[in-house]
Design a protein around this ligand. Structure first.
Ligand code: SIN
Length: 351
């Protein structure tokens, strides 16, 4: 029978009592990316190849085993993930225990409200009518952005995968912001979106799940400042955002429809990753949205382990952030000045 998702407020939803209290906001320890060498010399020296898979998002590092990184390399990797949105690896020998330890290196391990094991989520294949009302499982999202402290660094290791199908697509939120007109950029800066777990909570209970926390609705800036790169990032999430707080209902509906179209048109700002067993995607949940492409394969053949850490509460700091285009222009002009002075500068798409 096809998998059905229903977000109805059924008697089961009303009767259900989640066992755990809501999470409280906290300030995480300093992002490990700040400790990384900006040149990433130690990490990149180890790699046999560094392939930027698209101009805006996604780099594949070859010849590296995550199980053998030094602390300095882990910090450099965090910086690369923050800058490139997602970094991919194949043929990893890292065990589940080592994956938990790697996540714990970066911060406090995040726990999705539906996550049974406190340290990881088991990711499976997606099927069913993804076009049905209320079924968001084929939708772009950043993972549980409704949290007060949504996840930052997130690592998915695929244990098994079908011979074809089940790819994951990642889109750069810095580039999505950058490609808006200056008028829309200004309009969206300072607005807030309500991120809600209401529908996911109901769907989980109706599907026989037992979420361990009550649903929440959290207001987050629609444009946020990335704490590491200081880039302006669109904080749009079609799965969880229900409305724009400052707008009337019609206005909000239309802006959200525009943002969805803006994202779905953005093939040039995405990377599509084809999984193999033992492959890893390590992404910055603050900098990208992603979706698993559903259907057309045997879902029992797909299984992955996802670990993540809690990030900071999203913030907007207009005085200390810039768009990708502003960054590129500034670095190009500095490069020109440096060339005149005989100094070499870094890649323009990097911080
Ligand atoms: C996720 O949404 O975090 C998992 C992505 C996937 O299943 O490929």
């Amino acid at each position: 029978m096809a998998f059905q998702v229903t977000t109805e407020l059924s008697p089961a939803v009303f009767d259900y009592k989640p066992p755990n209290p809501p999470l409280k906001e906290f300030v995480p320890s300093r992002d490990r990316a700040f400790f990384g060498d900006p040149e990433k010399a130690s990490l990149l020296a180890q790699a046999s190849a560094v392939d930027n898979l698209t101009p805006y998002v996604g780099t594949e590092l070859k010849g590296i085993q995550l199980s053998r990184l030094t602390d300095a390399q882990k910090d450099e990797l965090a910086l690369l993930v923050a800058e490139r949105g997602v970094v991919f690896f194949r043929d990893q020998d890292i065990t589940l225990e080592q994956q938990h330890a790697l996540a714990a290196y970066y911060g406090i391990q995040d726990r999705d409200p539906n996550q049974q094991d406190p340290r990881h989520v088991t990711i499976v294949g997606r099927e069913g009518n993804i076009r049905a009302y209320g079924n968001n499982s084929g939708e772009f999202h950043s993972d549980h952005s409704f949290e007060v402290n949504p996840p930052s660094y997130t690592l998915l290791r695929m244990v098994k995968t079908p011979p074809d199908g089940g790819d994951t697509i990642y889109a750069s939120q810095a580039a999505l912001y950058d490609k808006l007109s200056p008028t829309f950029q200004k309009t969206f800066e300072g607005l807030h979106a309500i991120h809600s777990s209401d529908r996911g909570y109901a769907a989980s209970i109706n599907g026989g799940g037992s979420p361990h926390r009550a649903p929440i609705n959290t207001s987050h800036p629609l444009v946020r400042t990335h704490p590491v790169t200081r880039l302006k990032i669109l904080n749009y999430n079609p799965w969880f955002i229900t409305r724009i707080a400052e707008l009337n209902a019609q206005e909000s509906n239309h802006i959200l429809a525009f943002l969805r179209e803006h994202l779905l048109q953005a093939d040039d700002l995405t990377v599509r990753w084809r999984w193999t067993a033992g492959a890893v995607a390590f992404w910055d949940n603050r900098a990208i949205v992603h979706k698993a492409t559903p259907g057309g394969y045997d879902v029992t053949l797909r299984e992955g382990k996802r670990t993540a850490i809690f990030g900071e509460r999203p913030f907007w700091d207009p005085d200390n952030s810039e768009s990708l285009s502003q960054r590129i222009e500034r670095l190009q002009s500095e490069k020109g000045e440096n060339r005149e002075n005989g100094i070499h500068s870094q890649s323009v798409l990097n911080n």
